[in-house]
Design a protein around this ligand. Structure first.
Ligand code: G6P
Length: 610
């Protein structure tokens, strides 16, 4: 989704801005632009549809000399993907604005501004911000007070960064809903929507709180809260583990991240397990006092993280012995729900900034939940800061839009949550020790399953001319089938649906023919025999199947079925192990389809608007 970068320095900053935008490419976007205040006091703007490279090439042709500037990658919400709609937007050649989020009352504001004589160059909601600041600037002495006055008129969620041609060396940034960080340099300061954008220039960051407005010069950062009071915010040193680095030997970040999973899981386990349970502080100091009261778990998440929640429901109900509901955040937040007694609200999120999940977390505080816990990959994220308890997945930066290592480490965290709650609800020491043992062998099982890469790649030419596919699983593998289908559609653009295999007869059997591959996840679990019957139902109707099966499950390849034998593993960790072949399948299919694997069309990594 949209990305923001800003800088004020003594050196030329256009290269820093462009490098920052490049580092935000992974979030998903469709156009990019920058505005730099030059030595003559003029704002120069360059915008391009398409990749940041196109912007870089354009800037290369007309180098910019300014030392203060703002830049943006846009993911269209209001107005098509055009150069005119790309940010920055300008008012009277003097106020330049970049913006993430949505101004919900933009139509009203636009009308009022038009009556005041402002003309609009774009179809965006953002353009109202720069004109309104320009309007306020006429009555207020400086940019900061003009921005503070403008904010009073804006409804919706936004992060916005502003520059004024009359105030060289100054940036004003406001946060309401969309995350923003300030990067602290020596004699220079920066702004970004994600600290990854600024790693080449600083490792010291301030994360702005909701409602904060910051007034930034080369040497000062002054922050005001939503009431306009001056506040101090903590300076964080960057956590090195969260630096993605480059792609290394891999062709795509996604492939690199698939292969990083054994290491990511090792990190996720480090210092957190005892011989027969988990360490007391895994979810934060004092977490046990809250967890021992839990009688129900409500999980809320989006996308891949939602699938992790669906797997966890099987574990939490079967092992921890408490009831568990799982819901998509965008639904949860807009319906009246019943809050069970002593219910824990669990959010799951790679980014910790997904708008709907964050809104659900905030809503839960008014609904009488016992408390909140987030399973999250970003320590400085809004969800971690606003939840009572947190489990950091330690997956490291995930750059591919399609989530991989974040998902498997979320599942590790959810198994630990199962242990944490289960220990107070009759889970025996032997059961706990068995879970611990399964977790300990997990990294080596993941290494084994990654060795299937060549065998899976060899299958994919058969997908080259396919447009539809069906994924089947039962029990904990049903959500894994859903995740496999999501991965395939996200990056290969093949329509993929997942079904609980037992539900086949209730509709999807009608779709079966030789042109729709059916992917089956078949570990050697207690539902294997039932699943085999479902496989026969598909075979009898001429379906072509790709079966990921445990060696002991005794599936044989034949003219209707390709069997990929997966390393034998304990049923408990099978959802994590079987995720990996499905990720590899999607990746290799996307390669033969020739799609943009790391930044699939129309999708964003961090969805900060609802
Ligand atoms: C987007 C991403 C997905 C991700 C989902 C939820 O759709 O493309 O990969 O699963 O958002 O994001 P979160 O950061 O909350 O896990």
């Amino acid at each position: 989704m949209c990305g923001i970068v800003g800088a004020t320095s003594e050196r030329r900053i256009s290269e820093i801005l462009i490098e920052g935008l490049k580092r935000l490419e992974y979030r998903g976007y469709d156009s990019a632009g920058l505005a730099v205040l030059n030595e003559q006091g003029n704002i120069e703007v360059v915008r391009r549809v398409g990749k940041v490279q196109a912007l870089k090439d354009a800037v290369g042709e007309q180098p910019l000399s300014g030392t203060t500037g703002i830049a943006h990658t846009r993911w269209a919400t209001h107005g098509g993907v055009t150069e005119a709609n790309a940010h920055p937007h300008l008012s009277n050649q003097c106020i330049a604005v970049v913006h993430n989020g949505i101004i919900e009352n933009h139509a009203d504001l636009r009308q009022q501004l038009q009556q005041l004589g402002y003309t609009f160059q774009s179809d965006t909601d953002t353009e109202v911000i720069c004109h309104w600041i320009h309007h306020e600037r006429k009555t207020h002495g400086d940019l900061l007070t003009a921005v503070q006055a403008t904010i009073q008129h804006l409804e919706g969620a936004y992060g916005t960064l502003v520059m004024d041609c009359h105030e060289p060396g100054r940036l004003v940034v406001a946060r309401s809903g969309s995350p923003l960080v300030i990067g602290l340099g020596i004699g220079e300061n920066f702004v970004a929507s994600d600290q990854l954008a600024l790693l080449p220039v600083t490792r010291r960051f301030i994360v702005l709180e909701e409602g904060d407005i910051a007034d930034i010069t080369r040497t000062t950062v002054t922050i005001y809260d939503r009431d306009g009071l001056r506040v101090e915010r903590t300076v964080h040193e960057f956590d090195g583990q969260y630096d993605a680095g480059g792609k290394g030997e891999y062709r795509h970040f996604m492939l690199k991240e698939i292969h990083e999973q054994p290491t990511a899981v090792r990190h996720a386990l480090e210092d957190r397990l005892t011989d027969h349970g988990i360490a007391d502080d895994v979810f934060g100091n004092g977490s046990l006092a809250l967890l021992q009261q839990v009688e129900h778990v409500q999980i809320v998440a989006c996308g891949t993280s939602y699938h992790a929640g669906l797997v966890a429901r099987y574990w939490i109900e079967a092992l921890a012995g408490v009831s568990c509901n799982v819901e998509i955040a965008s639904e949860f937040r807009y319906r009246t729900s019943h809050v069970h007694r002593n219910s824990l609200l669990v959010t799951i999120s790679q980014s910790g900034e997904t708008a709907d999940t964050l809104a659900a977390l905030r809503l839960s505080k008014q609904l009488g939940y016992l408390g909140s816990l987030t399973i999250c990959n970003v320590a400085t994220s809004s969800m971690v800061r606003e939840s009572d308890l947190a489990y950091l997945t330690r997956a490291g930066a995930e750059i591919g839009v399609a989530s991989t290592k974040a998902f498997t480490t979320q599942l590790v965290g959810l198994l630990m949550l199962t242990l944490a709650i289960g220990q107070f609800r009759g889970m025996s020491e032997a059961q706990q020790a068995a879970v611990v043992q399964s977790l300990k062998v997990l990294p080596s099982k993941l290494e084994e399953v990654l060795r299937l890469s060549d065998a899976i790649e060899a299958l994919v030419p058969e997908f080259a001319d396919k447009y539809h596919s069906l994924f089947l699983g039962r029990g904990t593998q049903y959500p894994i089938a859903m995740e496999g289908a999501l991965k395939l559609k996200e990056i290969s653009y093949i329509h993929a649906e997942a079904y609980a295999a037992g539900e086949l007869k209730h509709g999807p059997l009608a779709l079966i023919d030789a042109s729709m591959p059916v992917i089956v996840v078949a570990p050697n679990d207690e539902l294997l025999e039932k699943l085999k019957s479902n496989v026969e139902e598909v075979r009898a109707r001429g379906g072509i199947m790709y079966v990921f099966a445990d060696k002991q499950a005794r599936f044989q390849s034949d003219s209707t079925m390709r069997v990929i034998q997966v390393t034998h593993c304990d049923e408990l960790i099978a959802p994590i192990v079987y995720t990996i072949p499905l990720q590899l399948l999607s990746y290799f299919v996307a390669i033969i389809k020739g799609t943009d694997v790391d930044q699939p069309r129309n999708l964003a990594k961090s969805v900060t608007v609802e």
